[in-house]
Ligand binder design. Structure first.
Ligand code: HEM
Length: 181
């Protein structure tokens, strides 16, 4: 049987926060922002993470009943499992990039060094935003077979308005601006 996939902030936790949750809780933190949950060196901010669990977990009061109401138990369990597994997240990769307009835009990341067996993909950071910023996500294998690193490639084709001339890729070496050619 396949091992259970670890819970990761960007895949499993962030989607539990609605746009309304995000808007109303902006006085506290940006629920959609990875850096609200992790320090610059990637450690989980346990004070914030536990505080949220106190509000959304059993006996909690968030989201308020007047605004969509409390989480179902399976969401509470999922959040708790995330904590128990060490609050894991996806990592960012680093590569060489290109963006080509062929009607839609073909975005490509090449020469990305990843642990063998990783999944790699480009994902828009916030589909509600006016800019086009993508994460170069790496999901490490569940059971690494060794420490072998390989070079990998990923592509994404997306609809990008004609007035957008550049794309930003969030990489492990910071945001990289790529001109659409
Ligand atoms: C899953 C979604 C939500 C989470 C994780 C969440 C989390 C929290 C947390 C951790 C606090 C305490 C903040 C602090 O100690 O400074 C808080 C307070 C608060 N939240 Fe939320 N919240 C959510 C949704 C909402 C929504 C939709 C509203 C809409 C009105 C809202 C309104 C408030 C208000 C007004 C407070 C301050 C309450 C007080 O100080 O008595 N929250 N929330």
């Amino acid at each position: 049987m396949m091992a259970n996939r670890p819970i990761r902030y960007q895949i499993h936790i962030r989607p539990l926060f609605s746009a309304m949750d995000r808007e109303h809780m902006s006085f506290f933190i940006d629920l959609w922002d990875t850096s609200a949950f992790y320090t610059a060196d990637g450690k989980p901010k346990m004070d914030i993470i536990n505080k949220i669990y106190n509000h959304v977990g059993p006996g909690g009061d968030m989201p308020p009943v007047t605004h969509g109401g409390l989480w179902p138990q399976e969401w509470q369990n999922l959040y708790k499992r995330w904590i128990d597994e060490g609050c894991q997240k996806l990592e960012l990769g680093k590569g060489t990039y290109s963006a080509r307009r062929l009607g839609d835009v073909l975005l490509s990341a090449q020469d990305v060094t990843v642990p063998e067996g990783s999944q790699l993909w480009l994902e828009r950071d916030n589909a509600c935003a006016a800019d086009y910023t993508y994460n170069l996500y790496i999901e490490a294998p569940i059971n690494p077979t060794g420490k072998t690193e390989i070079k990998s490639t990923t592509e994404d084709v997306g609809e990008v308005p004609d007035n957008i001339k550049t794309i930003v890729i969030l990489s492990s070496d910071g945001p990289q601006t790529v001109t659409i050619t």
